[in-house]
Design a binder for this molecule. Structure first.
Ligand code: IMP
Length: 195
C-alpha cells in the first residue's frame, strides 16, 4: 500500500504517528507531497475541521490521507474552549495565556470535569472514516509540571494524581486522546490491509 499522508505541518506529529503505526503503514507529512499552503479549518466542530483538512489534501493531491483536530472540552463551560482551544485567549496561540484565561473563567467553579477529545478523519480509496479518542479528567487550580504542551500543566487524567505535564511522554501517549484515536486508526488500517 502507498504511504498515507498525515495532513499536518507538524513534523513531530508525523513522527509520533509513524512510531504508533510502525509496521502497519508508512505515514508521510505534507512537506513530502509538496503541500506548503495552510489547510482550511473553518468548521465549528472538531469533526468538521478534521474532515475539511483531509478533503482538501485528497482533492488537491489525490492522496490517501488523514487529519486530526483536538480540543479541550470543559463541562462547566459548556464544552469550551473546544474547537477554539489553540486560540482561546487570542490569535497568538499562547499556551500560558490560554491556561490563564481558562483558570480565570473557572474561578469559584466547583465542577472541574473536562476532557480532551481528538477526531481523526481518514480518506482511503475515496471513502471517509472518523475515529475519536477521549481522555476524561479534571482541571486543577494551579499549574504543575514542565513537560508536554498546551493545557497539560492543568489537566489531571482520571485515575491519576499527576498532570499530563508531570508524566513522561510515553506514559501520556499511552492514555491520551490522540494516542487513543491513533490506536483506533491503526486497528482499522490493519483490518483494511488484510482486505
Ligand atoms: P491540535 O488540533 O492538536 O492542534 O490542538 C489544538 C489545541 O488543543 C492545541 O493548541 C492545544 O492548546 C490543545 N491541545 C491539543 N492536544 C493537547 C494535549 O495533548 N495537551 C494539552 N493541550 C492540547
Amino acid at each position: 500500500m502507498p504511504p498515507i499522508v498525515f495532513a499536518t505541518g507538524n513534523a513531530n506529529k508525523v513522527k509520533e504517528a509513524n512510531a504508533a503505526l510502525r509496521g502497519a503503514f508508512e505515514i508521510i507529512g505534507l512537506d513530502e507531497i509538496g503541500c506548503r499552503e495552510e489547510l482550511p479549518e473553518t468548521s465549528p466542530t472538531l469533526e468538521g475541521n478534521a474532515l475539511e483538512k483531509a478533503r482538501y489534501v485528497h482533492q488537491h493531491y489525490q492522496a490517501d490521507c488523514f487529519s486530526e483536530d483536538t480540543g479541550l472540552e470543559v463541562e462547566a463551560l459548556n464544552g469550551a474552549p473546544g474547537v477554539y482551544s489553540a486560540r482561546y485567549a487570542g490569535p497568538a496561540r499562547d499556551a500560558e495565556a490560554n491556561m490563564g484565561l481558562l483558570l480565570s473563567n473557572l474561578k469559584g467553579v466547583e465542577n472541574r470535569n473536562a476532557r480532551f477529545r481528538t477526531v481523526i478523519a481518514l480518506i482511503l480509496d475515496g471513502q471517509e472514516y472518523t475515529f475519536e479518542g477521549i481522555v476524561n479528567g479534571q482541571i486543577i487550580h494551579i499549574k504543575k509540571g514542565k513537560g508536554g504542551f498546551g493545557y497539560d500543566p492543568i489537566f489531571v487524567p482520571e485515575g491519576y494524581n499527576r498532570t499530563f505535564a508531570q508524566m513522561p511522554v510515553e506514559e501520556k501517549n499511552a492514555i491520551s486522546h490522540r494516542g487513543r484515536a491513533i490506536a483506533k486508526l491503526k486497528a482499522f488500517l490493519q483490518e483494511y490491509g488484510k482486505g
